[in-house]
Design a protein around this ligand. Structure first.
Ligand code: SME
Length: 177
């Protein structure tokens, strides 16, 4: 009897460990390139076989924040004629952004990755938080259409460069695969 209960508990632990395999291996040191290279296949594995967009965007935002500890990372999604806040990690943020407005709206309108080393020098920048000093925004595509943007904010000036642009683009391309 006791043996039976013990087996059931053991089985439950094994089941829980098996079903909760979505953990990340975070590398605490190394170049930015090395960190992206470690993360990219893990994100691919996380979203592989899952076709729910919100679930996948949520996990991408969480994985990126866990690795890089950025101030804010998340998605805005195109809904009618504006961007609406989607899955994100970090402090609360502005909910709606019009096309062409702020860095996010400009990236959407131009369909371009925008690297902003100093947000105060970007005309029309939308300050969801005064702590954010630099930013990178990339358009996110699905089936050839822009469905939103990935926005990353840092509390440090000039925190993002072409390396981020290249690897973040590789990551968001996984959504369109
Ligand atoms: N700074 C952005 C707004 C979004 S927040 O940074 C999360 C912009 O100018 O579009």
């Amino acid at each position: 009897m006791l043996h039976g209960s013990f087996s059931r508990i053991l089985f439950s632990f094994a089941y829980i460990s098996f079903t909760m395999a979505e953990d990340l291996k975070i590398i605490g040191s190394g170049t930015k390139e090395a960190q992206y290279q470690s993360l990219l296949p893990q994100i691919a594995a996380l979203i592989q076989g899952e076709n729910d967009l919100i679930a996948n965007l949520g996990n991408i935002a969480a994985a990126l924040r866990e690795q890089f500890k950025w101030f804010w990372v998340g998605f805005y999604l195109v809904k009618n004629d504006e961007l609406v806040l989607g899955p994100f990690q970090g402090p609360v943020a502005c909910t709606r952004i019009k096309k062409g407005k702020g860095v996010c709206g400009a990236s959407w309108e131009k369909e371009e990755t925008l690297i902003v080393p100093d947000v105060d020098a970007f005309p029309g920048h939308i300050a969801c938080s005064s702590a954010s000093k630099s930013e990178i925004v990339l358009p996110v595509y699905k089936d050839g259409l822009v469905i939103g943007v990935l926005d990353v904010d840092s509390e440090y000036i000039a925190h993002f460069d072409e390396v981020d642009a290249v690897y973040l683009n590789d990551i968001i391309k996984l959504i369109d695969a």
